[in-house]
Write a protein that binds this ligand. Structure first.
Ligand code: SF4
Length: 321
């Protein structure tokens, strides 16, 4: 049985880790960009960001004053037993959000969209968001928190099959330039792309691709992985560097997730996980132990299954080895 107290304790811990400690994969991606950066100011900003992250970790203070919008992703399985069930799980996550906002502290960003009422704890109607996915033969719970910044770095377009790869590239560039010019998401960003699905699925997949996959990860399907590489390269040719200065460091990683869609369409969403790429995961076991990590391991072969049933194999047609 996974105790509710352990859930709250672990949620508090990952809230702090996400806000303070930038994941190693993102940091390594930025380090790799410094040598390639041609713009002086952009290179200076990248160096400054590395220093900023070190100071934040040493001082145990958030690495950006803007908390973004904290949210949770839960992965679990049929065998997991949770004290108080999922209602208690959600209660504990809301408590941890309020507590962490006070203790770390985090800026209380969440307000009512019309009245601008602020509960001063990042909790309110439909906040924080909690999304679920499932994994076969599993008795643990993974709790991931993401503090998504770059609020406005997101867009959607209904493309058509005839638009092809050129249409995908055009929308990708339109978004990066529009966001970059208006200063809407601090670069370099992990750019997540949702391709296919219905509109809501497309948006969900793109956001998850940005926030729940690491820099350097590749989609298992060869055609998709190839497009990830091409878009990353293309995204770094716009002339926009770190924080919008002249340069070539806009995209530290490009992750694409795919959902089968209507035969007449090719919906696409683009999401920028800004240079506060804040994510942290805890795995809670029934014996009370907790492991922490920075890779959410969200997109499993089960989640990407392409078959009617599930026999425990990575049944992804056309998958790269
Ligand atoms: S976009 Fe990201 S790095 Fe920039 S202010 Fe917002 S949270 Fe901070």
């Amino acid at each position: 049985m996974i105790k509710s107290e352990t859930i709250e304790m672990a949620a508090n811990e990952i809230m702090a880790r996400a806000a303070i400690d930038i994941p190693e994969d993102y940091k390594s991606g930025i380090k790799g960009m410094i040598d390639m950066e041609k713009g002086d100011l952009s290179a200076f900003v990248l160096e400054a960001m590395l220093e900023n992250w070190e100071v934040a970790t040493e001082d145990r203070r958030p690495m950006c004053g803007d908390t973004g919008v904290p949210r949770y992703y839960i992965k679990t399985g049929n065998e997991a037993q949770i004290e108080g069930g999922f209602i208690e799980l959600e209660h504990r996550l809301r408590r941890a959000t309020a507590q962490a906002t006070h203790d770390i502290p985090l800026r209380p960003n969440r307000v009512h969209p019309l009245t601008r009422q602020d509960n001063n704890n990042n909790v309110g109607m439909n906040a924080p968001e909690i999304e679920y996915s499932f994994e076969p033969d599993t008795d643990w719970i993974d709790i991931t928190t993401v503090h998504k910044g770059g609020l406005f770095g997101t867009d959607y377009r209904m493309l058509f099959p005839g638009d092809g790869i050129d249409g995908i590239k055009r929308f990708f560039l339109d978004v990066l330039l529009a966001f970059g010019k208006r200063g809407l998401a601090c670069q370099p960003a992990i750019v997540g792309i949702g391709l296919g699905g219905s509109k809501d699925t497309c948006m969900m997949l793109g956001k998850q691709a940005a926030c729940l996959r690491t820099v350097g990860s590749r989609h298992p399907q060869a055609e998709v992985a190839k497009l990830e590489d091409e878009l990353k390269e293309l995204g770094n040719t716009t002339g926009l560097g770190a924080m919008g200065f002249n340069g070539n460091s806009t995209v530290v990683g490009c992750n694409i997730e795919v959902g089968y869609t209507h035969t007449g369409g090719m919906p696409m969403s683009v999401h920028c996980f800004c240079l506060s790429s804040r994510r942290a995961t805890a795995r809670l076991y029934s014996d009370g132990s907790v492991d922490y990590r920075t890779d959410p391991e969200w997109f499993t072969p089960y989640m990407r299954r392409n078959t009617v049933g599930w026999d425990g194999n990575a049944a992804l047609a056309g998958a790269a080895e």
